[in-house]
Design a protein around this ligand. Sequence first.
Ligand code: NDP
Length: 384
Amino acid sequence: MRSVTILGATGSVGTATLDLVEREPDRFRVEALTAHRNVAGLAAAARRTRAAVAVIGDESRLGELRNALMGSDVEAAGGADAIVEAAARGADWTMAAIVGLAGLRPTMAALARGKAVGLANKESLVSAGAIMTDAAARAGATLLPVDSEHNAVFQCYERDPARVSRIVLTASGGPFRDWPQERMRSVTPAQAVKHPNWSMGAKISIDSATMMNKGLELIEAFHLFPVGAERLDVLVHPQSVVHSMVEYVDGSVLAQLGSPDMRVPIAHTLAWPDRMATPCQKLDLARIGRLDFGAPDFVRFPALALARAALEAGGARPAVLNAANEAAVAAFLGGRIGFLDIADTVAAVLDRFDPAAPVNLEDVVAIDAAARIGAEEAMERVAA
Ligand code: NDP
């Protein structure tokens, strides 16, 4: 019996994880589930799975959560620190699926227990980078990539980086793949969250539309697979069937394929090093018929170019990029700035703010906070 904690249990990745866990009650036992504000979703999942503890991040909703769990054996807790404590309970396997840098402290707490952590929360790895991977290594924790691209690479990667000539992350190109940039100027949040292949949370859907998501993924790959930034590439592949590939020095290319359903990579990490059955549609290549590929366009999608530059510069640049992007995406979703202003805001913050490289978590949190303030100032200039 494997004990499981899901951080961000009410989100897109969290509910997909629950779906798999609940299919095999003899194999998985739920330790802790967490959410931010969604009391109803959290309480329902905690009751169904008989979780030991359910934590709501927004402490003002703890009373509501207690009421919703009345009569069950589930312990209720509230607040950001309670999420960290839940992560630190040391489940055999933890899903890190909180969105944004809010996931950093809980993910680090789970890693410190030296168990397996499925990492969906890419923003934390992008911002904390080696601080996170070093902590995982020190604790003897296993970081299992959940992002479909990195999970694909993980499945194709032989441990010796010297044999790898290139890692190629595939990108669907998002809903505006073929649009001229001017046409993107007026897109609405409703248009931008509609991803052609994947059903995901709002923030990552916007990141996919700007292609910042692929940029964050380049940085994520840099920390997960030590081949060096120059051996990381992006390839546009609209069908999202080939999830990524590893090219070896002898010219062999290993790729992982599957239907675009997050339960496939989640199941891989949940059962790892074993495999488990999923209800996902099996890949029918005869029906799909053709697979297309093309080079990414760094001009129409400047966010990708900004992320690539941040990766190459290293230091605090990825943390600044991530924080500015989180602030700008939230502002776009809130109707405060336009779609193209997202990348412009990130560029403005990177231009003006160049702090020293973080050496610990406190540095990462401070850089993140300062970059968000910079982003708010930049957005006021954009809106003026
Ligand atoms: P969602 O927005 O669907 O879910 C986010 C989850 O995090 C929810 O449970 C939410 O709780 C919780 N949460 C939000 N803010 C906070 C906070 N401040 N403190 C604590 N918990 C919080 O996101 P996704 O599931 O789409 O994405 C989660 C992560 O996985 C992201 O980092 C994303 O980039 C990554 N990812 C997602 C993929 C996908 O297919 N969706 C694919 C690959 C990676 P509540 O519901 O209460 O607000």
